[in-house]
Design a protein around this ligand. Structure first.
Ligand code: KG4
Ligand code: ZN
Length: 349
């Protein structure tokens, strides 16, 4: 069976994302309806608001994707959708919509793990490696290192014990008065700062574990913010830029030291980055620099495909469909599920 066009949907968190891809990976439509404004006053994603927004927007997002692609539903040969992990109410909206669409068109459906999507976001590049490779996925909900083996079997090598890296950016950004999500704002401000003026702790640096921890960084940021407010009244200008630059340096150092440690430990020369924080300017440039020093090839998704999108879900699904995988219409959503376990294992398919 061939799949000239695939429709992909991701509603795992706060963005309604829809994409249409050609079988050869060409992007025909890439739509993301952001909910940032709706959640910003609360400092983070409110699940109830998120699912309601998906309900009211998903049909329009799909319609817009067809308009952009200049295609009709009859051109679609398969539907892909994120089944988890994520917010349960949000996942349900995307999965039910996708099932209805697939059933109406009598085409196969495939459930994709959100993290597998992030892992495959860089695979539009023709140089993308075949397994085995190491992957660092850093987003608002995840900070983890995976080993990907033949057949795209994933194994978690390390993960955060508390906050995710994006969550740390968002929470510390909030302490500084920025709205959610603050990662990109802090990244941009860091470009203007001196990263060595304020020193932030890099947790678990000396340990052999590949796990992360960002709660200490959050606490030391809170203390430093209190002290800086006492000293300067308001944190702005050079003080703010230097704070952001120091914070970013510490987070990037933590992320990359473990990711490269994993490559060395596993004797693997390919490192794939993904997730919203992979859009970080310092993380991207440092990953390339270290890769050159350590003779490890680094693969980065385009910046707009680091944050949640449906192109990555389509890419993951295309590969699985080419291997003949698809699912029956009765698969369920899973709010919390490791990428080490595939949906096929979960459903015994
Ligand atoms: O992958 P994503 O869209 O959603 C999840 O699956 O969590 O990632 C969103 C996260 C947010 O925490 C956001 O602050 C962070 O990615 N982020 C960044 C940057 N762009 C987005 N963090 C640091 N630097 C950036 N440039
Ligand atoms: Zn994500």
């Amino acid at each position: 069976m061939r799949f000239p066009y695939i429709l992909a949907i991701d509603t795992s968190c706060d963005d309604s994302a829809v994409a249409i891809l050609k079988e050869d990976g060409t992007i025909a439509a890439d739509i993301v309806y952001s909910q940032n404004e709706a959640h910003a006053p609360y400092g983070g994603v409110v699940p109830e608001i998120s699912s309601r927004k998906h309900v009211s927007r998903i049909a329009r997002a799909v319609q817009e994707a067809f308009l952009k692609a200049q295609l009709q539903p009859r051109d679609i040969r398969a539907v892909a959708v994120t089944f988890g992990p994520g917010l349960i109410g949000s996942l349900l909206v995307g999965v039910q919509f996708a099932k209805g669409f697939a059933q109406g068109l009598s085409v196969p459906i495939i459930g994709i793990h959100h993290i597998e999507g992030h892992l495959m976001a860089a695979c539009g590049d023709s140089s993308f490696p075949s397994p085995p490779f190491i992957s660092l996925i850093v987003s608002g909900g995840h900070s983890a290192i995976y080993r990907c083996d033949k057949g795209y079997q994933f194994k978690t090598l390390g993960e955060t014990r508390d906050d995710a890296a994006g969550e740390a950016f968002d929470k510390i950004g909030r302490m500084l008065g920025f709205s959610y999500p603050a990662g990109k704002i802090l990244d941009d401000l860091s470009e203007l700062g001196d990263a060595d003026r304020y020193v932030f702790p890099v947790a678990m640096r000396s340990k052999t574990t590949l796990d992360y921890s960002f709660s200490g960084l959050k606490n030391s940021s809170r203390l430093l913010i209190e002290n800086l407010k006492k000293e300067h009244g308001e944190i702005k200008g050079k003080v703010l830029f230097d704070f952001c630059a120091g914070l970013r340096k510490a987070i990037v150092e933590a992320l990359l030291s473990k990711a490269f440690m994993a490559c060395r430990n596993q004797d693997i020369k390919h490192l794939v980055l993904g997730g919203g924080v992979a859009a970080n300017l310092l993380l991207r440039s440092e990953a390339i620099n270290r890769g050159e020093q350590e003779k490890i090839q680094v693969y980065l998704p385009p910046k707009n495909h680091c944050v949640d999108n449906a192109v990555m879900i389509a890419r993951a699904a295309l590969r699985r469909l080419q291997e003949g995988q698809c699912h029956s219409l009765d698969f369920n959503v899973l709010a919390s599920v490791s990428v080490d376990i595939t949906i096929d294992q979960l459903l015994g398919q």
